[in-house]
Design a protein around this ligand. Structure first.
Ligand code: HEM
Length: 416
């Protein structure tokens, strides 16, 4: 099969492309004809010094790379394939202090500690509080719809629960939440001019969150409470996090747990509104498989990367030590080798071995159970209290290099 011709300069991580659409047709071409393909980037445009990366588009290859950290490092570069070209090398280096960008054995040590905060019991203990939150969020949206006719699903519904979940998990006091939410919002959307956030403001926000988290850690060390901060920092020995490690962990949670879940919820709503048969089915039966299909369908994290530690081979291509390798979860999740009718939104899909939470290696999403719980609680609350919404405008997409994001989704009740 001939290699597919992508337009000159085509880059799967181009924020202008992702603002417009997820490039599913191009992914399909590559999966068939050239599943590991070199994508050239102008030197420096990504924030890295090299001239491109390998795009990995098949489910099996994404899984293989994810589960072989000895061949494909998370720490030589970082998980994000393309930063803003203005990013400084030291700003990239500092990101290596978060576990997403660590390799074993350091990663293993940190992951073993923080995992204690994410046990099934810890997540279950949040369920009642989050259910009440979800109910309250939908009740407020309903009032707004009654008063104004329509509302923005993103700001009025999808944003709130992921933020509150992380605040509950960490034990951030109610009075501090607005401030922490503002910081975390500032950190992520740096590629979208509408948010008018410079790298500098983002970096400042990150430093402020770290400072806040370190103070929180110090406070809990002095006076332990019944929350995960206390458990993670109880004593600064081998088995616990230092205050600054805890600070970087909170940064990771603020980024990894917010935009991702917010976009899963928003895309889920959009998918239901454009597939009314699935919404009717959901309202009737509430299948337990729904959240996983929403994450497969939406794939909020389009890609992450690894860097080859030695010369090797993948999908018939020779990969050299130091080459960056982009894992396209959005493509893997539509691979017809694995999913029957991959372009069909089917909330009863089972099994559903999607890679929306990663390829199953050591970095597999730590917050998966929490994310699934939040998505379930949100759609249950919506089905109970706002069962008949309709689209009141086209979704407006986020400009971003690695997120499949919607920043505005106007909806209104069918009968206000
Ligand atoms: C890692 C996706 C929600 C915390 C990841 C990875 C992906 C991902 C793709 C990287 C996996 C890899 O490299 O193999 C998502 C999606 C979410 C979501 C799509 C929502 C639908 C959350 C939530 C939290 C969270 C709610 C926490 C509150 C993390 C952490 C990591 C991670 C800490 C790094 C794990 C490590 O490096 O060992 N997530 N995530 N995520 N996620 Fe999530």
């Amino acid at each position: 099969m001939p290699c597919p011709a992508l337009p000159d300069g085509f880059d799967f991580t181009d924020p202008d492309l992702l603002q417009d659409r997820v490039p599913y047709p191009e992914f399909a071409q590559l999966r068939q004809a050239e599943p590991v393909r070199w994508i050239a980037q102008e030197r420096g445009v990504s924030g890295f010094d090299d001239a491109g990366y390998w795009a990995v588009t098949r489910h099996a290859d994404v899984k293989y790379v994810s589960t072989h950290p000895e061949l494909y490092s998370s720490n030589v570069n970082t998980a994000v394939i393309r930063f803003n070209s203005s990013i400084q090398r030291d700003q990239i280096e500092i990101q290596k202090l978060i576990m997403l960008n660590m390799d074993p054995p350091e990663h293993t040590r940190v992951r073993q500690i923080v995992q204690r905060g994410f046990t099934p019991r810890a997540i279950r203990s949040l369920e009642d509080a989050l259910r009440r939150r979800a109910t309250a969020i939908v009740a407020e949206a309903r009032e707004k719809a009654a008063a104004e006719g329509s509302f923005d699903f993103v700001t009025d519904v999808a944003v709130e629960l992921p933020l509150q979940a992380i605040a509950e998990l960490i034990g951030i006091a109610q009075g501090d939440r607005a401030r922490v939410f503002d910081w975390s919002n500032k950190m992520v959307a740096y590629d979208d001019p509408e948010y008018a956030i410079t790298e500098e403001v983002g970096a400042e926000a990150a430093m402020e969150i770290i400072g806040y988290a370190m103070n929180l850690a110090a406070e809990r060390k002095r006076c332990p409470a019944q929350d995960i901060v206390s458990r993670l920092v109880a004593a600064e020995d081998e088995g616990n996090l230092s205050s600054d490690e805890f600070g970087f962990f909170v940064i990771l949670l603020a980024v990894a747990g917010n935009e991702t879940t917010r976009n899963a919820i928003t895309h889920g709503m959009h998918a239901f509104l454009t597939h009314p048969d699935q919404w009717e089915l959901y309202k009737r039966e509430r299948p337990g498989t729904t959240a996983e299909e929403i994450v497969r369908w939406a794939t909020p994290v389009v890609s992450f990367q690894r860097t080859a530690t030695q010369d090797t081979e993948l999908g018939g291509q020779k990969i050299r030590a130091g080459d960056r390798v982009g894992l396209f979860y959005s493509s893997a999740n539509h691979d017809p080798e694995v999913f029957a009718d991959p372009d069909t939104f089917d909330i009863t899909r089972d099994p559903n071995p999607h890679l929306g939470f990663g390829g199953g290696g050591p970095h597999y999403c730590l917050g998966k159970s929490l994310a699934v719980l939040e998505i379930d609680l949100m759609f249950n609350a919506l089905a109970d209290a706002l069962p008949d919404l309709r689209l009141a405008g086209d979704p407006r997409r986020l400009r971003a290099a690695w997120l499949n994001g919607i920043k505005e989704l106007q909806v209104s009740p069918v009968t206000p």
